[in-house]
Design a protein around this ligand. Sequence first.
Ligand SMILES: *Cc1c(COP(=O)(O)O)cnc(C)c1O
Length: 369
Amino acid sequence: MVDLKGQYIKIKPEIDTAVINCIESAQFIKGDQVAIFEKELAGFLEVKHVVGCGNGTDALQIALMALGLQPGDEIIVPAFTYVATAEAIALLRLVPVMVDVEPGTFNISPAEIEKAITRKTKAIVPVHLYGQSADMHAIMEIAKQHNLFVIEDNAQALGAECKFPDGKRQKTGTIGHIGCNSFFPTKNLGCFGDGGAITTNNSELAEKCRMIGAHGQKKKYHHSVIGCNSRLDTIQAAVLNVKLNYFNEHLKARQKAAEIYYNLLSGIDWIELPEKSGNALHTFNQFTLKIKSGNRNKLQAFLKENGIPTIIYYPLPLYKQEAFKKYWEPPKGLENTEELCGSVLSIPMHTELTENVQNYIAKTILKFK
Ligand SMILES: *Cc1c(COP(=O)(O)O)cnc(C)c1O
């Protein structure tokens, strides 16, 4: 699915030096590399504040904590996403209200968000799934109208852009009140372990997030709020500082690989290719096909026999996960979410894909049936 080793080999001397420097400096916690990375990433994203943290799941939890939400408050999330999106919500005794997604872009449907709003609704957590921005123009309008917070789950879409009707472009994760990012190795900007960051243009929220991630303290051993321990590791920051210099190149490699897939796999009546929404720059963290006519699992087995790995992101709607049934269940199944869970198949997508490999993958897919 990914070739992390191949990507590393190309920049090995730089990475190795950065890691060794870090070890030799013995600044393992809160070293200079963390502050440098926060500043560099803020520059890249054109956002005022970046606050490093332990991982993307922590970023979501810290963001929700910073907004001062109360138990029982309802938070709207897409039903078709990774569990982390709703997990932080449930952990804080907030209520994850799951709504349906658009069938083509896989992203949360603004019309469904509007239908789900009640007097208890306090926030929306759109997920920029597979690397493409949700409809942030519509979502921000709804949020403004109903006075709701917007926390962007940008774990899969760092580097993606949303284009607004006035032509303005903005990077995902910097549009809502807070953005949550992950540097898990397979994400767009991956480190060599776990890592995450919060992004925001609101200085007060940035300070709160920083405080919460540091045991609720601003001054050492003086704790003003209940927080947690969630830091971006210094060695991971050193790796990220090197990789950030190649980030645009890596994003372009993903886009090029996606174009090749679009060319090779278009015009097949039983495959639906991912829809690129006109208002976004897609970063293709995943390239996800929809396999029609109920043959998805058979195709997956066939590809496996031919040495091609694939993954089903995600086989179950959130509300059908055992852990979540007791928190929230929609009155009836959400149509698009259920259809996607039965039909999506993500095929290999990474920065080191070659045209040869993609040709083989496409040829093998076409041999099925
Ligand atoms: C990966 C991911 C997360 C969590 O990130 P971690 O760094 O693994 O904790 C959250 N939301 C989505 C949509 C993700 O894909």
